[in-house]
Ligand binder design. Structure first.
Ligand code: ADP
Ligand code: MG
Length: 594
């Protein structure tokens, strides 16, 4: 064994740098956070060569005095905390006192700074951890930090850097994410001489979010705010933010941002909560657009679990999950999410991936209303429209919010065309019915109110060992649904009980159970709620009116009535639209009436 030796300070700093400084974007995060902590009102960031050659951050904050400058670049030297108790109530972005030392250890660093009291600036240069003496220099109040030749002395690290383009992408992403939480600070990002981001200060947090996401998102964002403690949830967060409608969900998490006390965090549980709220409104692979700002008593969270502070540990993660889920679900339920269908644009079905911020110019159509869609007065549906179906309806069934006369047309035994106040609705009869049944079944499960029929003769299902194992895992969910299945022979299962609602809709117990076992054959991951939801989906799909079914007047009337009563009726449980709207304005335009 070689002898044990103390590592030289430079090596210690280089190792520490490895944890925090992996790439130029990390440097920008640290420097910009320092500028924010210094109370700056404007921050300018300039880079070249993907940040390898130069990162330059200039602010107009409080500055560092000449005497303090040598300490600023030493590790474990900070002005932000002095005692261990401070860790429980961190109000600044930084506190580890390590960033400048780490950066200085792996680059050519120079810090030029001037406080309000100083007549001139002072300058400190560090090359690979070696600090020169502080020298007087010219400069305005504030701090200007430049980092050149990144990783010049740790070539291994340099090799891991990606193309300039990729690094520039991360840099811009970092600046956007930080800027979103600091609307009162102006940000400028210049990449290789080109201004790529220019955010002027604003007192309106929503303005800043929209400036970053892009103006075309404005109409598709729903503002939420919720204060858990004053809603009787002590220890809970207060939440403010903007949530995107399902139409602007995208294929990755890049436009889903969570902030805790002003700092961007990554938290799988919060992402999950959000996804749950959008379940059935967006397709499973899509991620909701969101900027959610959580404020929490610092004692309810530990931010000191990760050197980059991107991960945190909540004292009560379930509570956080619940609150986020509730806030989002409520916002979505209150909004008319019927997808507008402008005739001259690709349908939302093509799902264009709206890029973030500048670069994309595709505009998002303005939704015609933010309130619930108006009802239809069934009592006046009696007017006949050609040979198609119309509903003479029992006036008792007409719903209170009904306002306008309307006619219904079934087209190709697949779609319904209905008038509403804003234009016309096109409804996919299967998708809508599927959503209605899904909600009905779900409600009955939640209220343990499922009508069950016991079979005189159990329906038989052939299976094998794998099927039996799947069945075992599904049992808790099946119980809640009132489906009783048990082996009645070596490779035969018997279905003994089955929900009445499905039997009424002519869903056969045997084939249903068989196809359910098959669809879970490749594994059941997920939690019980997700599995339940999936099985409810299958039930709703099997039981729903099919495309190709011709419908009676009464069936159509019922379907439309249910549509008004059911939550999330704008999308089927898989997240596809049930209803599209062509606005009357759009029609006028198409017919060149104006
Ligand atoms: P930390 O931010 O964790 O304290 P840093 O290494 O990032 O550690 O910075 C060390 C110290 O240098 C800070 O505590 C602060 O006093 C000072 N400092 C760094 N950057 C700036 C800045 N832009 N303006 C004013 N002071 C700064
Ligand atoms: Mg810092």
């Amino acid at each position: 064994m070689p002898r044990i030796q103390r590592l030289p300070q430079l090596l210690v700093d280089q190792i520490a740098a490895g944890e925090v400084i992996e790439r130029p974007a990390n440097i920008i995060k640290e420097l910009v956070e320092n500028s924010i902590d210094a109370g700056s009102s404007r921050i300018r960031i300039e880079t070249s060569g993907g940040g390898r050659d130069l990162v330059h951050v200039v602010d107009d904050g409080c500055g560092i005095s000449a005497d303090d400058l040598p300490l600023a670049i030493e590790s474990h030297a900070t002005s932000k905390i002095i005692q261990v108790e401070d860790l429980d109530s961190i109000g600044t972005m930084g506190f580890r006192g390590e960033a400048l030392a780490s950066i200085g250890a792996v680059s050519h660093l120079s810090v030029r700074s001037r406080t309000a009291e100083d007549d001139a600036a002072s300058l400190l240069r560090v090359v690979g951890g070696d600090a020169n003496p502080v020298e007087p220099a010219a400069g305005a109040p504030g701090t200007s930090v430049s980092v050149e030749h990144l990783f010049f002395n740790t070539p291994g690290r340099r090799k891991f850097l990606k193309t300039d383009r990729a690094e520039n992408g991360r840099i811009a992403e970092t600046v956007r994410s930080i800027a979103m939480a600091h609307p009162s600070i102006g940000f400028t990002l210049v990449t290789d001489g080109r201004t790529v981001l220019e955010l002027s200060p604003t007192s309106q947090p929503s303005r800043r979010v929209i400036d970053i996401l892009g103006k075309e998102f404005q109409e598709q964002l729903i503002e939420v705010s919720f204060d858990a403690p004053s809603e009787g949830i002590p220890g809970g967060p207060s939440v403010w933010g903007l949530l995107g409608t399902p139409a602007i969900a995208r294929g990755n998490w890049r436009n889903t941002r969570f902030y805790l006390n002003g700092r961007l965090i990554q938290d799988a549980s919060l992402q999950h909560a959000l996804k749950e709220s959008y379940r059935g409104l967006v397709e499973p692979g899509r991620c909701p657009t969101a900027a959610l700002f959580l404020e929490l008593d610092p004692r309810q969270v530990d931010v000191n679990v990760h050197p980059t502070k991107i991960q945190v540990r909540f004292r009560d993660p379930q509570l956080m999950h619940r609150v986020v889920r509730r806030v989002a679900a409520k916002a979505l339920d209150q909004r008319d999410l019927v997808a507008p269908m402008p005739l001259n644009q690709p349908s939302y079905g093509h799902r264009p991936d709206y890029g973030s911020g500048s670069g994309t110019t595709r505009s998002i159509p303005t939704p015609t209303s933010t309130t619930a869609s108006p009802g239809i007065e069934y009592a006046t549906l009696a007017e006949q429209v050609g040979p198609a179906v119309v509903a003479p309806i029992d006036p008792e069934q007409s719903i209170p919010m009904a306002r306008k006369a309307s006619r219904v047309l079934q087209v190709h035994r697949k779609y319904l065309v209905v008038e509403d106040e804003q234009g016309m609705l096109l409804i996919d009869q299967h998708a809508l019915h599927e959503r209605i049944l899904f909600e009905k079944l779900k409600q009955r499960v939640e209220e343990s109110d499922m009508d069950i029929q016991r079979m005189l003769v159990p329906a038989a299902v052939q299976t094998d060992q794998a099927g039996l194992e799947v069945l075992d895992q599904l049992q808790p969910v099946l119980q809640r649904l009132g489906i009783e299945v048990s082996p009645i022979g070596p490779d035969t299962l018997g279905v003994h009980c089955f929900p009445v609602l499905l039997l009424e809709r002519k869903v056969e117990p045997g084939p249903f159970v068989e196809s359910m076992l098959q669809s879970f054959a490749s594994g059941i991951g997920l939690g019980e709620e997700a599995v339940l939801s999936e099985v409810l989906d299958m039930m709703a799909c099997k039981a729903a009116i099919k495309a190709g079914d011709s419908l009676t007047d009464r069936e159509i009337a019922e379907l439309l009535q249910q549509r008004e009563l059911v939550e999330r009726s704008s999308r089927c449980p898989h997240g596809r639209p049930t209803t599209l709207r062509i606005g009357i304005d759009e029609l006028d335009k198409r017919f060149e009436r104006r």
